[in-house]
Write a protein that binds this ligand. Structure first.
Ligand SMILES: [Zn+2]
Ligand SMILES: [Zn+2]
Length: 879
């Protein structure tokens, strides 16, 4: 057997099933589309769910893919063993009501033995207990001796997810030989050791289960087959684990090189090497699919993986940033199967670097917080950090639990790990309950899933604003119906429609659907699985019936305004690339009739000059009055023309390319102006950051710009009126005001000081002497802390040498200061300690330096006591 590489095996598999009439499709994005039950795609089958549930008709009833997958359920074990990982690729061949057990089994056998060349006598199939059909295929057709076919129970060989379609599985195990075995006498297929490993799993979806163990035969049977690519490579290359297969080993070696360590020398170091090797793969692929680090959802998963990798880099002694370096190796090793990695390379590396820098900063911040927590623990006399605090460090500062533990252990503290897990569980459950899981594939159940999947609607609105068509389906808010009557809310589906449904960031059309006797107000237009377009709204008059012919009219003004903003978005993207560089990629957009919002990848705030330059370019292209053209072409042709496409977006075979003169060319399904001149004018109103490496621009066009300036003008006029001047003089007037305020403040300060001094009368009469130190302790009416300090300074000068203590009541509060000159201090006077003792008498607290201290209090009645007790307090201090 040849030791094929990972990239070779992927191609061999896809080519093999293509030769069996399967449609070969690219891996879907890691971000699930229209599926809230999943954060990340975790199997080859996951993105194909709509085909399995029948909600969408597959492009062919045989499909084969190699799907990038991420699973984080076992994340705590990643690194600790060589079996666990978060990122893997899954090979799959799928049948939607087409071929079944016979073909599936024969082809899996043919691929493993004839194409890959695994020895037939080392392969052992397993079937479900009762599945004689599969047993016979293996036994009689393939020729596997009965004693080499294993029958396993429900736990191992039956696929089921609540009620719904389900069925038995047949797996194929490979005997890797004695050297991988546990040497126990009963070691055989199913043993926990590494000798017999499962390389293939055929799932035969043949029953409908009621969730209580009752099954009926399905008329439409499916095949869902999965095989881990890395695991297959482990067998084919006869290596210990997935960390030893060619592509992953290259990465592992790079980790060792960067860290200056060797693999398989020290078990603890190996944990970090494996963890980094695994996590950097997940992270690289996630970023290439447009996921951005954040504190929730997918973004949080990404951040967590990234920080764990960074942290283990520190454990290995890596001092500098290193994630981008490793990511380069991931890209080099995997770009064969995933060209998007190479396309987004600059962006991936830049984002990684920013996030790694951020983490290096938060880790220091976390250390500070941890040392504060330590102080509190000492004060409270406890030796254990609470689980909540440990979790807070983990959650808010990205501080891994093991790091917290390690640091605390050095100082003889422990962490309440149980409490930590509890806090974590609470958070997980909160996250989970936010997702609604209902149908058997785990996707949201809505009224629309009751609709016949063969129904599709055609959008005819690129050049039409009204159209007449037949109603093909009606629903209320909860069920499919035959008619909708005045007052009812629901959804109307027609065969053709001029209404644009929300997609590609462009907001939906609104409008009305009418017959002679009835009217339906369309509040929203939605696109559903299977190409159905739904008009959501309310019947305001009459009755709508199934199969009836209706007239559909969109709100034309709204559509035109939306078109201006959408076209301007295309000009904006191109202008940003010209001004900032080609790393600018669209990261999201929202186009409505009122404004446009455009998120894009860039790593710093735009300068005023850059914003101005972008505005100038867009407005120049508007003034050029460029004609707007749309062409339909294949995705390959479109890419050749240099059209800009979206990150991780799933495009069909044919795409729509929107060109504006020779300036902009973009893949887009939205509606546009026919000439850029119609946009009239473009104005950026804000530029902000939304995440690391992602900026957001909000802008206006046409009448929106005039409305914006009208509003500004109104504000300006009001401000001028309030300042009793004309708008042109407003700035000068404000400057004059500021001068005036400054003068008044300084005069006010002088007056306050004078008042305080006057109120004190001939204060020097009150000077006493304590053990040879002059003391002035006095009560002053209505002076704030600032005034008290000024007064104190003056009195100290007058006194020449000694101690000044002043107390003043203002409203219900007491201000207290004490000052001591150098000579007084030399004799033992300490202003801070004086204040500490005296402040208690006015219900306050405070302290300060030996020469100057202040305090506040809540009890003005205690002021006399302060003055009275001052000499004694001072006396106690003096030597
Ligand atoms: Zn064993
Ligand atoms: Zn567009």
């Amino acid at each position: 057997m040849k030791a094929y590489g990972v990239n070779e095996l992927r191609k061999m598999y896809l080519d093999f099933f293509e030769s069996k009439d399967h449609l070969k499709m690219n891996s879907f994005s890691l971000v699930p589309q229209n599926d809230k039950s999943l954060l990340l795609i975790n199997s080859g089958m996951a993105p194909l769910k709509p085909y399995f549930t029948g909600q969408e008709i597959p492009p062919r009833n045989r499909i084969t893919t190699c799907q990038k997958c991420i699973r984080t359920g076992d994340i705590e074990n990643v690194g600790k063993t060589a079996r666990h990982g978060t990122f893997f690729e899954m090979l799959g061949n799928f049948s939607f009501g087409d071929y079944f057990k016979t073909e599936a089994i024969h082809w899996s056998w043919e691929f493993l033995t004839e194409v890959v060349g695994l020895e037939a006598n080392r392969l052992y199939p397993s079937v479900y207990l009762d599945d004689d059909e599969a047993f016979d295929i293996w036994n009689k057709e393939i020729g596997i001796p009965a004693e080499n076919i294993f029958r396993f129970g429900k736990e191992d060989n039956f696929w089921e997810h609540g009620a719904g379609p389900c069925g038995p599985c047949s797996e194929i195990y490979y005997d890797r030989g004695e050297k991988y075995g546990c040497k126990k006498p009963d070691c055989t297929v199913g043993c926990e050791c590494d000798r017999y490993i499962e390389v293939w799993n055929n799932v035969f979806t043949q029953f409908e289960g009621d969730g209580n163990g009752n099954y009926t035969e399905l008329s439409n049977k499916n095949i869902d087959t999965g095989m881990g690519l890395e695991r297959l490579a482990t067998v084919v290359q006869d290596v210990d684990s997935i960390f030893d297969v060619d592509t992953i080993k290259a990465l592992r070696d790079k980790v060792c090189e960067v860290a200056g360590v060797a693999y398989k020398k020290d078990a603890k170091i190996d944990v970090s090497i494996r963890l980094i090797t695994d996590h950097i793969r997940s992270v690289t692929f996630m970023i290439s699919d447009g996921i951005i680090p954040s504190n929730e959802g997918r973004g949080y998963v990404l951040r967590r993986l990234l920080r764990r990798a960074a942290r283990h880099g520190r454990l290995l002694g890596i001092k500098d940033r290193f994630l981008a370096t490793l990511s380069t190796t991931v890209i080099k090793e995997s770009k064969d199967g995933y060209p998007e990695l190479e396309e987004k390379k600059d962006y991936i590396l830049k984002l990684l670097t920013i996030e790694e820098d951020n983490f290096n900063k938060t880790i220091d911040q976390g250390l500070t917080i941890l040392s504060e927590l330590e102080d509190t623990m000492v004060k409270d006399g406890t030796k254990t950090l609470s689980g909540e605090d440990a979790f807070k460090l983990y959650d808010t500062y990205g501080f891994p639990l093991d790091l917290t533990k390690e640091i605390l252990e050095e100082k003889g503290f422990k962490v309440d790990e149980e409490g930590f897990q509890k806090a974590m569980k609470v958070q997980r459950e909160t996250a989970r309950s936010a997702r609604a899981v209902t149908n058997y594939m785990g996707t949201d159940e809505t009224v629309y899933q009751q609709l016949d999947p063969v129904l599709t609607s055609a959008f005819v609105g690129y050049d039409k604003v009204s159209h007449s068509s037949k109603i093909m389906a009606l629903t209320t808010e909860s069920e499919v119906t035959e008619e909708l009557i005045a007052g009812q809310s629901g959804t109307i589906f027609t065969e053709e429609t001029p209404f644009y449904a929300t997609s590609g960031g462009q907001a939906a059309d609104t409008g009305i659907i009418t017959t002679v006797d009835a009217e339906f107000e369309v509040e929203d237009t939605i696109k559903l699985q299977g190409g159905k377009i739904g008009h959501v709204g309310k019947v305001t008059r009459g009755l709508f019936k199934l199969s009836e012919k209706v007239n559909l009219s969109i709100d034309v003004n709204r559509r035109l305004a939306t078109g201006k903003n959408h076209s301007a978005t295309h000009l904006l993207q191109k202008a940003l690339r010209l001004v900032l560089g080609s790393h600018v990629e669209q990261a999201g957009s929202l186009v409505t009739n009122e404004r446009l919002r455009f998120d894009f990848t860039h790593f710093s705030a735009l300068t005023k000059e850059e914003i101005q330059r972008v505005e100038e370019i867009v407005n120049a292209e508007i003034a050029e009055a460029l004609p707007v053209h749309t062409d339909i072409m294949t995705i390959e042709e479109a890419k050749k023309t240099g059209a800009m496409a979206l990150f991780g977006e799933k495009y069909g075979d044919n795409v729509r390319v929107v060109s504006m003169g020779g300036f902009s060319k973009e893949l887009c399904g939205g509606t546009h102006v026919s000439n850029t001149g119609n946009i009239l004018v473009f104005k950026i109103v804000s530029e902000t950051g939304v995440a690391a490496g992602v900026r957001r621009i909000e802008a206006l066009t046409a009448v929106g710009v005039f409305a914006y300036y009208n509003e500004l003008e109104k504000e300006l006029n009001l401000a001028a009126k309030a300042a009793k001047t004309e708008p042109v003089n407003l700035t000068k007037k404000i400057e004059a005001f500021q001068e005036e305020i400054k003068a008044l403040l300084s005069e006010n300060e002088k007056l306050k000081n004078k008042l305080a001094k006057d109120a004190l009368g001939d204060v020097m009469n009150q000077v006493t002497e304590v053990k040879g130190v002059k003391l002035l302790a006095a009560k002053v009416p209505d002076v704030d802390m600032n005034g008290l300090r000024n007064l104190g300074d003056q009195l100290k000068d007058k006194l020449g040498d000694g101690v000044v203590i002043l107390a003043s009541a203002m409203a219900d509060k007491v201000n207290l200061i004490a000052m001591a000159t150098d000579t007084a201090m030399a004799k033992g006077a300490h202003a801070g300690n004086l204040i500490k003792e005296l402040a208690v008498l006015v219900g306050g607290g405070g302290g300060g330096r030996p020469n100057m201290a202040q305090a506040g209090g809540k009890n003005p009645a205690g002021i006399d006591a302060v003055v009275e007790k001052a000499p004694k307090t001072l006396e106690n201090q003096l030597k």
